[in-house]
Ligand binder design. Structure first.
Ligand SMILES: [Zn+2]
Length: 201
């Protein structure tokens, strides 16, 4: 009896498990609790409805020896204090400015709550836009295959979830005066948009 039950479960469980595995292999996101995030300061943030996706680079050289968790804590500490971005002063932000952070390993971390607009030190509206950042300085460095794979999986998933059309996936410098997301990342955005279009069919 036990044997039959076990076999029965195995048969039922097998397709479900593999479907889940395929899903999570394509998109495994480190949640805020996983990097020990502090709460967002909601009074400093504005609510939004995700309708577009904006791609960024961190504009800092990749640091493969520092864990994603530590980078996220560092970014949050920096974000929630007053300080400077380049030569420009920045106020305290409610949270990390991005909703998703793709580290040099390709691992994805959950950033700011997606229902709050991101922050920026450049002049453009962040409202209703999902902010995705890849670790690196992509005017000099190149995003690696793991990062690009994660970016593709993440944008396809986000586009389906929030009905974002492919032409609403753009780079920061399509909206503001900045080098971001760097020329070596910008060159991949058409392929990302194609992947989103193909996934929607
Ligand atoms: Zn940017």
């Amino acid at each position: 009896m036990l044997r039959i039950l076990t076999l029965g479960l195995a048969v039922v469980a097998a397709p479900t498990m593999s479907a889940l595995a395929a899903d999570s292999a394509a998109l495994e996101i480190l949640p805020r609790v996983g990097w020990k995030a502090k709460p967002g300061i909601t009074k400093l943030m504005k609510s939004q409805t995700p309708r577009e996706i904006i791609i960024h680079h961190t504009s800092v050289k990749q640091q493969p020896k520092i864990s994603l968790e530590r980078k996220m804590r560092g970014l949050q500490g920096f974000s929630q204090r007053t300080g400077k971005v380049g030569k420009r002063k920045k106020p305290a932000w409610g949270d990390v400015p991005y909703h998703y952070y793709i580290g040099v390993s390709g691992r994805i971390a959950e950033g700011r709550n997606i229902n709050y607009a991101g922050d920026t030190n450049t002049r453009y509206s962040t409202k209703d836009r999902v902010q995705v950042v890849l670790e690196g300085y992509f005017d000099k460095e190149k995003p690696n295959a793991s990062q690009l794979g994660s970016l593709k999986a993440l944008t396809v998933w986000l586009s389906k979830k929030y009905n974002v059309p492919a032409d609403k996936i753009t780079g920061h410098n399509d909206h503001a005066s900045t080098d971001c997301p760097g020329k070596h990342l910008k060159v991949h955005l058409p392929a990302i948009r194609t992947a989103v279009t193909n996934a929607a069919e």
